[in-house]
Design a protein. Sequence first.
Length: 283
Amino acid sequence: MNSRGEQVEGNDPDGEPLPDLLRFWRRRIDPLKVPGLVAAGRRGEGLTQNDVARLAGVSVRWYGALERDIKADYSVDFLDRVSSALRLNPAERRALYLKSVGRPPALTASPEAGTAVPVDGTLLQRFLDLQAPAPAFATDLVWNVIAHNQRLRDWFPWAADRGANLMRWTFLTPEAREQLVAWEQDWARPFLGRIRYERAHHPKDKGLLELERDILAGSSAAREMWDRRDVVEHSHGALRRLRLPHHQGRETAVRIVALRPMRSDLLRVVVLLEEQEGTDGDI
């Protein structure tokens, strides 16, 4: 607003106005490249409101109300049809939802854990290598180790094995109980809580279901802890202790840094930062 209370272009307190965004999105589309649209005799560039309504299969009145930012109970189907007609990318679709109905779109269904994680393997490996001297690794949704740096392999040689899985190693191998200090309290229970968390978010994922079954079938301790129904989202910031052959059995404290790339929630990146003696406890 200016001193007279008039709206000033580009100074909307809520950011870019929805009408401006919608007009920009439809005007950037070349009607000559849209099958079925008649381009002859057009006076302006881009799509008209009539074009968008036709492509979305909705009335011109209903789309026009959206473009005038008239508040209404716009359905998910309607907004998705408009998104498709305007060829919006995921970020633009989210903006459309937030501006029109005040909430983001529902998350799209994630692919199953058996499918490939959309990641640039070369870039990921370079990132992990650059974390040295800290051990660093990446896992997919079901905690299969898909990449790691040399330091991680020095600490945990099993991670270099084909099919290495963090959760199966933790629960189904005897050495894990020796190497993960306070195995039950600090490692096993939080890990089971994370499996439960991911199962809740990906209930149809066959890989997660198989992982849960394997661990509960192979570990009586896991079965007992499972009944506590812990739910844990992540381990970022946690202080944990290790007793590894690489350190000749000396206890080593590490701070866990856990990340997820913006391109996919199916990938986890973990860096273990060695802590100096005398630091504070868990956070």
